[in-house]
Design a binder for this molecule. Structure first.
Ligand SMILES: *Cc1c(COP(=O)(O)O)cnc(C)c1O
Length: 358
């Protein structure tokens, strides 16, 4: 295999099995969310892998949708957020499915297209970041019906608290949403992100719309099905040394050795998306042993205490996320230590990290 300073290994089989498990668990259509480069897993390869399983794909931006079309993806592609009138032409040209929540965009889309365009209407039921306010939705939907080339294929909402233990506001949002559509003939109603797909069966309507869980990471404590993490992140040892009691390490010398210490530089830094917040709190796996990051994470490298890692040499594999021998570092562990969420860790793995697939 080619030598990489740092790389991720994406297990496409795990992503396929996760998608199959989620789809089977809900028993509904699957709208696979592959935005932000499939949460750092590689949008085109993931989408190709899920093509036989997903009923529809979802991305955040028109550019992402165009990239998928240019990569040969022919299933429906939903743009999860509203587009600008200036983007209407690209949407039509590439046969993307836009989210509609404002009149200006909708009328522009209707004006420039010659063939019918499927749209999904986003209803704001309380998340308050996008969509038509639920109290205004009936009149908006009626007005949309006057645009003869737009087909309202779907309607959806997004839940603000599905990953929290207290599901009471989820119920409020679902009631607001459902009250608009009882007796209405809309083909695909959907609301469930990963958390709701796993924990709120009442939110599953005609389709579920998971992202994170496809990649084998649980959004919350509910784990009704087994998901396999799909991403392993590795780097290498670049230098080793021994420091004496009282000596410091890395910028600011924030770490002081309490005894003679074997240290190693590992080739990963915040320039690769390995967060600086892991300074002094992160851990990596070397020779199957957990080794703590000591001192500050730099742009390109970090330093670890080798502790009782035996038979270590420069060039050896270092696991940042994933398994090595009997040990495992999960995305959730890294996120906790860095004071953030798994989503942010995954999507910030940088362009300097080569992605490989297995
Ligand atoms: C990102 C996103 C999702 C997927 O959320 P996960 O928590 O990753 O499952 C679903 N719907 C919308 C509107 C989103 O923006």
């Amino acid at each position: 295999m080619h030598y990489f300073r740092t790389h991720t290994e994406i297990n496409l089989g795990a992503i396929r099995r996760n998608a199959e498990a989620i789809k089977a668990y809900s028993g509904k259509q699957l709208i696979a969310v592959v935005k932000a480069d499939a949460y750092g897993h590689g949008m085109l390869r993931v989408t190709e892998t899920l093509h036989p399983i997903a009923d529809m794909f979802a991305v955040a931006t028109v550019e992402e949708g165009v990239t998928l079309r240019q990569g040969g993806i022919h299933k429906p592609i939903l743009i999860l957020f509203s587009s600008l009138p200036e983007e209407a032409a690209q949407i039509v040209e590439h046969g993307l499915t836009p989210t509609v929540a404002d009149w200006e965009f909708a009328s522009q889309l209707n004006a420039i297209t010659t063939k019918p365009v499927n749209i999904h209407v986003n209803i704001n039921t309380g998340m308050n970041r996008s969509g038509v306010r639920w109290t205004e939705a009936v009149s908006f939907l009626n007005r949309l019906k006057t645009l003869e080339r737009l087909e309202i294929e779907g309607a959806f909402t997004h839940l603000a608290t599905a990953d929290e233990a207290d599901k009471s506001f989820v119920s409020v949002q679902l009631e607001r949403f459902l009250s608009l559509f009882t007796g209405k003939n809309i083909k695909i109603l959907h609301a469930a992100n990963s958390a709701a797909s796993l924990a709120v069966s009442a939110s599953q309507f005609d389709a579920v719309r998971p992202g994170l869980s496809l990649y084998g990471v649980y959004p919350a404590s509910e784990k009704p099905i087994v998901l396999e993490p799909a991403l392993t992140w590795k780097t290498r040892i670049g230098w080793m040394g021994v420091i004496s009691e009282g000596e410091g390490v890395s910028y600011g010398l924030t770490y002081k050795a309490s005894r003679q210490t074997r240290v190693a530089m590992v080739q990963i830094g915040y320039g690769d998306g390995y967060r600086r917040a892991l300074s002094g709190v992160g851990q990596v796996l070397i020779s199957g042993v957990r080794c703590p990051i000591i001192g500050r994470v730099c742009m390109d490298v970090s330093v670890v205490d080798l502790r009782d890692a035996a038979n270590v040499s420069v060039g050896d594999e270092v696991v940042l996320i994933g398994k090595q021998a009997e040990e495992e570092i999960t995305v959730d562990e890294i996120a906790d230590r860095a004071g953030t969420i798994s989503y942010e860790i995954l999507t910030q793995i940088g362009p300097r990290v080569k992605r490989t697939f297995c």
